[in-house]
Write a protein that binds this ligand. Structure first.
Ligand SMILES: [Fe+2]
Length: 417
């Protein structure tokens, strides 16, 4: 009898041990599992800050470990937890500030061993150029987006910009999986092999808002609460631009980047245009300014006389021309285009060049024929993005298709190569 009891107790101890070993193995495997989403952007000064997001199913705050690359000293930063809209997931966010310009920082998420890193933007670009990958309309299909992303990553840009129509979820809770795919595409292909995470700056397009259409009329109030209802994912997921959906990032005094909302969750006419006018006026001393909006003033596919196209031309272009902006990025048409320099709605060598037209990860559409369209220097039905290089007051652009072919460059004799 005693022997039996001792056998039973030995067996029980054995099972308890196996149970705890299994539980430990599962929990450490879970602890090592990569976050479901990893996303870096800026809300403020890109020289000294970075907003780091990682997505988990757990709502308990985690620690982001941050180290100036190579220093060996890690500082802990506890995450602020935000709900991922219409999902079981949570956004863990740390807004880092007080960083050094032009510096690499290693990061680790929670208890995971894997080390990633990011770079802050340089303090000065008079001697060394910066590269920005710009495009729009990123995900008809995850495979399309990943293919273009892979070309973007090969050029090792300092950051990338997508100017609206991100996941094509139309602000609809039923489409939350499209956002999971979008973040998968970012994680799979916008983190370089050496662990560098490419930060993203995101504009708003019609497919960020409910039903993909602008809610317009005297009864509509455009405030934080209503915009969050119009575009729940866009406003719920991303630190920048956040409310009110348009904004400007200042890179010291060498570069300012404006993101505008072309009649999606903010009307073109009214407070946004007033803000745009004021903010351009106080940036007289900024060396280079680029602006971006979703609906093209000079469309490669759509009707030139469309309502939104005409509003952009009427209300924004005079301000852009007056501020001496050289490059404007447009989207929405799902093709590649570059216009001639344009001023006062005619070709003018001192004018603004419009580049677009939102074909990062969409099915390309048939384009207007440049031979018979006065403003188009180039238009191609293709998936592509544009690499902008800035140095001092000089710029050049190189447009690259999803297969890595260079399909366009401008200006013809760039000061920087
Ligand atoms: Fe669009």
């Amino acid at each position: 009898m005693k022997n039996n009891q001792s056998d039973i107790s030995q067996r029980a101890n054995y099972f308890i041990l196996v149970f705890f070993l299994a539980a430990f193995t599962v929990s450490s495997a879970l602890a090592q599992q990569d976050p479901t989403g990893i996303f870096l952007t800026w809300k403020e000064d890109p020289l000294t800050t970075m907003v780091v997001d990682w997505h988990l199913e757990a709502s308990t705050a985690e620690v982001l470990h941050v180290s100036e690359k190579g220093s060996g000293t890690w500082a802990p930063h506890t995450s602020h937890v935000h709900p991922f809209p219409h999902s079981e997931r949570y956004i863990h966010r740390v807004a880092l500030s007080g960083l050094k310009p032009g510096t690499s920082y290693s990061i680790k998420f929670g208890k995971r061993d894997k080390v990633y890193y990011f770079n802050t933007m340089p303090a000065d670009i008079s001697k060394e150029a910066i590269r920005i990958a710009i495009g729009g309309d990123s995900m008809h299909d995850q495979a399309f987006m990943e293919k273009t992303n892979s070309q973007v990553a090969k050029y090792d840009p300092h950051f990338a910009v997508i100017g609206g129509d991100l996941a094509y979820a139309n602000g609809d809770p039923k489409n939350v999986k499209r956002w999971y795919q979008w973040f998968d595409a970012v994680k799979n292909t916008l983190i370089r092999e050496d662990g560098r995470i490419i930060p993203l700056v995101l504009g708003i397009g019609n497919h960020e808002v409910r039903k993909g259409v602008f809610e317009e009329g005297e009864e509509i109030v455009y405030n934080d609460e209503n915009r969050a209802k119009m575009a729940p994912f866009y406003y719920g997921l991303f630190a920048f631009p956040g409310q009110p959906g348009y904004g400007v990032l200042d890179f010291g005094k060498y570069f300012s980047f404006f993101l505008l909302d072309s009649d999606h969750s903010n009307p073109i006419i009214g407070p946004q245009t007033d803000w745009f006018k004021r903010e351009l006026a106080v940036r007289d001393d900024v060396t280079q300014i680029i602006t971006m909006h979703h609906v093209p003033a000079y469309p490669s596919v759509r009707d030139f006389n469309g309502t939104t196209q005409a509003r952009v031309r009427e209300h924004w272009l005079p301000l852009i021309e007056k501020a001496g902006v050289k490059l404007v990025f447009e989207n929405h048409d799902h093709a590649y285009k570059r216009t001639f320099p344009i001023k006062n709605n005619q070709v003018d060598k001192d004018g603004v060049v419009y580049i677009g037209d939102g074909s990062w990860g969409t099915t390309p559409r048939e384009v207007h024929d440049p031979a018979t369209t006065w403003y188009l220097d180039k238009a191609i039905s293709v998936r592509a993005f544009t690499l902008v290089t800035l140095q001092g007051s000089a710029y050049n652009i190189l447009s690259i298709d999803e297969d890595g072919n260079v399909i366009d460059s401008y200006p013809p004799n760039p000061l920087i190569k």
